[in-house]
Design a binder for this molecule. Structure first.
Ligand SMILES: O=C(O)c1cc(=O)[nH]c(=O)n1[C@@H]1O[C@H](COP(=O)(O)O)[C@@H](O)[C@H]1O
Length: 294
């Protein structure tokens, strides 16, 4: 793969923001939603659910985030269903974030990167979620490979679930970032990595982002939301809108200076509209985010 010829993920994300705004449809085929959608709780059911969600999302929103776990529940057949959903979504020109939350020692996490981000892989997505609790260095090579292939990564930093605070707000004792919280150190590490690219000064958004839950108070986590982040801007995957309680109007107050890079992700709150109402629900919500971020 010739890295010089691919469009960086951050540029693709910027184009999607300009065309469709900041809303992302999470594709989470919970058993209860499958029942509401009239689909069996099986690999066939999650495939049909995913395909109908993609159909509703196309031209209404620019980004989808399939939650891998709900497909994995159905074993190999569930993975075949996911492969089909990923392919259809990418063919529909949606930017696809595989929510796989992988992490491990470097040599193993590289294989996860190859599974989800290598061009031509049957599970190829445009970006994936990744965990760096084995050290940011453990995912360094995945960052390099993602960047070279025009792909993106979202590293968990300050997640939306309340029980994460105890770990993510813990203060580092050792390392060059001693005194920072875990969330802060991961965020600063990712910002620094994007700044270290040779063409950083010409980019508006970097290709490596973080996950900040929309329900989380970032300031308490040690992240300064008032300071203008240096170029390139930081892509922020922000679940927690809708079902978990955050609303479009919270974008500015929660994310401050990071707001322009926020991907506002909602799954259950949109999917609850059912297969026939989903496209309209997405369009309505996209307008609300548009007004909130303008
Ligand atoms: O990485 C994620 O997407 C994620 C991070 C986080 O901090 N919180 C969070 O809820 N998520 C995912 O976002 C989705 C949220 O779904 P809803 O609460 O139904 O919108 C689920 O697939 C979660 O796994």
């Amino acid at each position: 793969m010739n890295g010089a010829s691919v469009m960086p993920f951050g540029e693709r994300l910027e184009a999607v923001f300009a065309a469709y705004g900041h809303l992302c449809l999470g594709i989470d085929p919970h058993a209860s939603l499958l029942a509401e959608w009239g689909q069996p709780d099986s690999a066939e059911g999650v495939r049909e659910f995913g395909l109908r969600a993609v159909e509703a999302a196309a031209d209404k929103v620019g980004i989808v985030k399939p939650q891998v776990a709900f497909f994995e529940r159905h074993g190999a057949a569930g993975y075949a269903a996911l492969e089909r959903v990923l392919r259809e979504a990418r063919d529909a020109d949606l930017l696809v974030i595989a929510d796989a939350k992988r992490g491990d020692i470097g040599s193993t996490v590289d294989a996860y990167g190859a599974a989800w981000l290598r061009p031509g892989s049957s599970l190829e997505a445009d970006a994936m979620t990744i965990s760096a609790y084995q050290g940011l260095g453990s995912v360094e090579q995945v960052m390099v490979a993602a960047e070279a292939a025009g792909k993106g990564l979202f590293v968990l930093a300050a997640t939306s679930n309340p029980e994460a605070a105890a770990i993510q707000r813990a203060v580092l004792q050792q390392s060059s970032r001693a005194g920072s919280t875990v969330a802060q150190a991961i965020t600063q590490g990712v910002i620094g990595w994007n700044q270290g690219r040779a063409d950083a000064a010409t980019r508006t958004l970097g290709s490596i982002g973080v996950v900040f839950g929309a329900t989380t108070d970032l300031r308490v986590t040690g992240i300064d939301t008032d300071a203008e982040p240096p170029r390139p801007g930081l892509p922020v995957l922000a679940p927690g809108f809708g079902h978990q309680g955050a609303e479009p109007g919270d974008i500015r107050t929660r994310f401050g200076a990071f707001a322009s890079g926020v991907i506002a992700s909602e799954s259950r709150s949109l999917l609850a509209a059912g297969p026939d109402g989903l496209a309209d629900a997405i369009a309505r919500r996209a307008d609300e985010y548009g007004a909130a971020i303008a």
